[in-house]
Every structure is written in C-alpha cells, then in structure tokens.
Design a protein around this ligand. Structure first.
Ligand SMILES: Cc1ncc(COP(=O)(O)O)c(C=O)c1O
Length: 414
C-alpha cells in the first residue's frame, strides 16, 4: 500500500476503468497461492475473503491449473449452445452427483447474475405466471431481471426502474429488526404469506438466499426457511434458492439450504464452482426444466476451460473434504471471536466459513477492515456495519489463528 507500483496501477485504473465498481481496499492484486495474496509491491496478505467467496479451493489451485492447461491444448470454446461436447456434459453430471436427489438438468452460464436470470426465466416459463416475491436485503445480481429482485443497497437500484413484476417482503434479520429470532421468523412468514395470498392467481415463485450474503451474512432461523418451503407448497409457487455465494461447501454442506433441511425447486451456483474461472449453473428437476429449444441459451455457457476447471474444483472439494474443514475451522473462528469480548462487536453469526461480524457502526467496521489490511489481513465488508470472513475453504486452524490475532489487535485499538 502506498508504494510506487500499486499507486501507478491505481492511477491508470482510474483513467480507464468504469467508475461504477466499488473498491473497498487499495490492494492491487499481483498473485495468489493457497490462502495468501501478494500485492504489486510484494506485500503479503492472508486472504479472509477468497476474493468474494470464489477461491474456495485456494488461489491458483494446482489441480485446477492442471485441468485448465490440459483443456487449453485441446480447445477453449466450442459453442455449446450449437454443438455437443463431452467436457460440459461431464461437468453437469459431476455437479448433479453433489446435488440433493431429484435434480436432473443443468443450464450453464458464466456468472452469478446470469444464473439468477436463468432461474427467473425458468420459473416464469414453467409456471406461465408473472409475479415473484423476493426479500428486503436480497442480492441476486445486477442485470435487469436479477436487479428486479435485488434490494440490498439503494445505489444498486437508483434510476434503473421500472423493474420486472417483483414484490419485496422482510427477511428475518433479527438483529436489525430488533426482535428475537423466532418472533422475527413468524413476523416475516406472516408478511410473506400476505404477499403470496394477494398474488396467488399469478404467482410464479419466491426467490431467496438461504443465508443473505451482501446484506451482512444474515442467517435466518430454520423455522423460517422451512416455513417458506411450506408456503410455496401451499400457494403453488416455486421455491428458488440462490446458492451463488453460500453453495459449494462454504457452510459445511454442499448447499446451504441443506443445513435447514429444505430442498428448493430451482437452485443456482456460481462463484466457487470452477476454482476461479467464470461459470454459473442453474439446476432443476427434469419436470421443471421443461423449456423448449430456443427459449433460453447463450454464447459462452459450457465454456470448455471453465467446465474442465469446474470438474477439477468439484473433485478437489470433495476429495479434501472441504465441507468438514469449513465446519471445523468455522466453529473455531466463531468461538475465538466470541471470546474477544469487544464493545465494538454486536453480533457474530454464520455457518461454516461464512461468518459475519456485526459491528457497532459503519465507521468502526470500515476502520477495522483498513487497519487489518494494513497489518496483512484481507477482510470484506457486507451490509451496513458488518465485516465478513469467507476465506478459502482450505484454511487451516493455524492460518485462522494468524488472522484472528490481527482482528483481536484491531479490536483492541478501535
Ligand atoms: C447470492 C448472490 N447472487 C448473485 C450474485 C451475482 O453474482 P455475479 O456478480 O457473478 O453476477 C452474487 C454476487 O455477489 C451473490 O452473492
């Protein structure tokens, strides 16, 4: 930070890159390996962000790199919407092996928002209905269909309306709504049912994140997630679960929804799915994914290199039992954080290695993140006053302790 090479890259960035991006930290990425990142001036950081929950198998994972190199020598792009190829088929098969029973078909894309769009269009196609209910605080992406359901920060929606036919209803963010979790769950279920009742003749689906990500790693009570499933059954709406950030073992299970004992009708994943390569996958049963040829497709979905990386990443995650590691190291981190006993910390919540720390205010949060960065630890903000811990899932207890020491030190000086 503050040194010549990084300064000069940031200055060049400012000249040519769209100002719509939000850079929270001044770090200029040069290279990464495992849980470590080096900036353009050679400073080393421990990465508690996995570059936004993407590098779950670690930066520059060897198995993923090998798979990419092998695929590069055979072909990069095959126009999977127009021609057949085995690698994307194998990726879909491999993904379905990890999914709960009943899912049978995969639509491939390149990002989180595209996989949300596919889920949205599929829900509308399959039900032939118009309306969707989504949640306050939701983040499903920024293209117009996804953005119609996103309601995380006002700046993301300002001036972009009119939106698609979506209504929003409260999510059980008990801390923010100043309620006890179960009371909050009942309150939100009742508000949801009111919306569903009003739209029942033309309601396609309910869209939700099992754990809200961008709004602050908000973990709902299990009664709420189960209640949403029941309401969808009662009102004949599809339950559509956005596992873009929470999926791929981050919470201990392959899908976060499995922690709540719930199975959605349409599920989509992205971020960690291909070890850092762009990919998105929208998954449903054979019965639900019944749209006809031409009703949805894209150019790059099924990209050979992304799919080869995806197979390697899924293999690695399973072989190395990254779900178990997420649970073990995640509960260690939660325990150590709760023992820090700082006045600046209001709530610690999470599952596996998806941990949110609610600070007393935004200023304290921002100060902590910058101070940790200065000391060599990368953290990201979420929501109003939360910082998140979402490291690569290969993080060891020893590495976790190194990061926790830095957090402890920052909290002492806040
Ligand atoms: C839950 C969730 N859905 C969708 C998205 C959008 O993904 P992308 O930025 O790849 O479009 C994100 C991104 O943070 C996300 O966290």
């Amino acid at each position: 930070m503050g040194s010549k090479k990084s300064d000069s890259i940031r200055a060049r960035d400012e000249k040519v890159v769209s100002p719509s991006l939000t850079r929270e930290l001044p770090v200029v990425f040069e290279r990464g390996s495992g849980c470590d990142v080096w900036d353009a001036d050679g400073k080393k950081y421990l990465d508690f962000t996995a570059c936004v929950a993407v590098n779950s198998v670690g930066h520059s994972n060897n198995e993923v790199r090998k798979a990419i190199s092998k695929q590069l020598s055979k072909g990069i792009h095959c126009a999977f919407s127009d021609f057949y190829a085995e690698v994307p088929v194998r990726f879909c098969e491999r993904l379905l092996e990890q999914m709960p029973e009943g899912f049978g078909k995969v639509f491939l894309s390149n990002s989180g928002t595209e996989s949300t769009e596919a889920a949205y269009k599929l829900a509308r196609w399959h039900t032939d209905k118009t309306w969707v209910v989504a949640f306050e605080g939701a983040f499903h992406g920024r293209t117009m269909g996804s953005l119609s359901m996103t309601k995380s920060r006002p700046v993301q929606r300002d001036r972009y309306g009119p939106f698609l036919p979506v209504v929003h209803t409260p999510f059980p963010y008990a801390y923010k709504l100043k309620m006890e979790p179960e009371e909050c769950s009942q309150y939100c279920l009742s508000a949801l049912e009111d919306k569903m009742r009003a739209l029942r003749d033309d309601l396609a689906a309910v869209f939700m994140e099992p754990i809200q990500g961008e709004s602050g790693y908000v973990v709902p009570p299990a009664s709420f997630v189960k209640g949403v499933r029941k309401l969808c059954d009662d009102y004949g709406a599809l339950l559509c679960m956005d596992e873009v950030q929470s999926g791929c073992w981050r919470t201990g299970k392959f899908l976060a929804e499995e922690n709540f004992g719930v199975k959605a009708d349409i599920v989509w994943l992205s971020k960690a799915l291909a070890g850092g390569m762009p990919i998105g996958a929208t998954v449903a049963s054979n019965e639900i994914m019944d749209w006809p040829p031409g009703s949805h497709a894209n150019t790059f979905g099924g990209n050979l290199v992304s799919c080869a990386a995806g197979i390697a990443a899924l293999d690695f995650m399973e072989k190395k039992r990254l779900g178990e590691n997420a649970q073990k190291v995640g509960s260690h981190i939660m325990r150590m954080l709760s023992e820090m006993d700082s006045d600046a910390v209001c709530e610690i919540r999470g599952m596996g290695l998806m941990i949110g720390i609610e600070m007393k205010d935004r200023k304290a949060r921002d100060w902590l993140i910058h101070s940790a960065c200065h000391k060599g630890l990368l953290l990201l903000p979420a929501g109003e006053a939360v910082f998140r811990i979402c490291p690569p899932l290969i993080l060891t207890k020893k590495q976790a302790d190194l990061g926790l020491e830095i957090i402890k030190d920052c909290l002492k000086n806040i």
